[in-house]
Design a protein around this ligand. Structure first.
Ligand code: KIV
Length: 257
């Protein structure tokens, strides 16, 4: 997986990553030929309606990772390490990451925090492929806003990207950073950058699948909606309700004689 992804950067081919949290969605993503499937801890917001991703437990993540891995026949699956498994229980990060690898993942993703380079070192020493995540890091962010607009913050994000590459990450997610900074980081790294709200100059892009399918009421400005499944689902359910109430469903085709 790692060689494939690095090869794409070096050949100038874009990398396409998408989240999935369940078996049917992962099966479709797999069929579409997406490069990387992310079981993001955004599942806390998207699937469980939680306020913060820090409320996502390892047990929750593992159940969804298993369902996704059973469906992903070709696409490598990356799991977000839940906050508790590496920012709180840092000494046991390798033990926790191994459980995601045993479940079928090709690697794990961790967000930047003060001691994250130690975690990357430990994971790499255990031969676990690691994707970094910088810019807006939802597990520790105080506000969901663009990062790296000021010179100091931009410099810090660039040096985090370089440090993650030096520590052995195979790719880095840039979330909500200005396009110029994303371009500079992308040019200065040998590993790919995967952007979300980071403009068009990254080596790849990632979106939350329910945002791009129009299943959530509101989505961030950087999302492009490729479908309106929320409205379609509502219409389908209303049709079903009307058919049952009027006696049209089930019809002869749905009835055993
Ligand atoms: O949790 C997630 O879905 C993510 C992506 C937004 C990159 O980290």
């Amino acid at each position: 997986m790692v060689e494939e992804i690095l090869g794409k950067k070096h050949r100038g081919e874009k990398i396409v990553m998408l989240t999935a949290y369940d078996h049917p969605t992962a099966r479709i993503v797999d069929e579409a030929g997406i490069d990387l499937l992310l079981v993001g801890d955004s599942l806390g917001n998207v699937v469980y309606g939680l306020e913060r991703t820090t409320q996502v437990s390892k047990e929750m993540m593992l159940r969804h990772v298993q369902a996704v891995c059973r469906a992903a026949k070709k696409t490598p699956v990356i799991a977000d390490m839940p906050f508790d498994t590496y920012q709180v229980d840092r000494p046991n990060a390798v033990f926790h990451a191994r459980d995601f690898m045993y479940a079928g993942c090709a690697g794990v993703k961790i967000e930047w925090f003060k001691q994250c380079l130690t975690v990357v070192d430990d994971l790499r020493a255990a031969s676990i492929p690691v994707m970094g995540h910088i810019g807006l890091t939802p597990q520790t962010a105080e506000a969901m806003k663009v990062k790296g607009r000021g010179e100091e913050e931009a410099k810090a994000i660039l040096s985090q990207a370089r440090a993650l590459e030096a520590a052995g990450c195979f790719a880095v997610v840039l979330e909500c950073v200005p396009d110029g900074l994303a371009a500079e980081i992308t040019q200065s790294l040998n590993i790919p950058t995967i952007g979300i709200g980071a403009g068009p100059h990254c080596d790849g892009q990632v979106l939350v699948v329910s945002d791009m399918l129009g299943l959530n009421d509101r989505a961030p400005r950087f999302v492009r909606r490729y479908a309106d499944l929320g409205a379609q689902t509502l219409a389908a359910i209303k049709n079903y309700k009307a058919d049952v109430e009027s006696g049209v469903f089930p019809g002869p085709e749905q009835t055993f004689r």
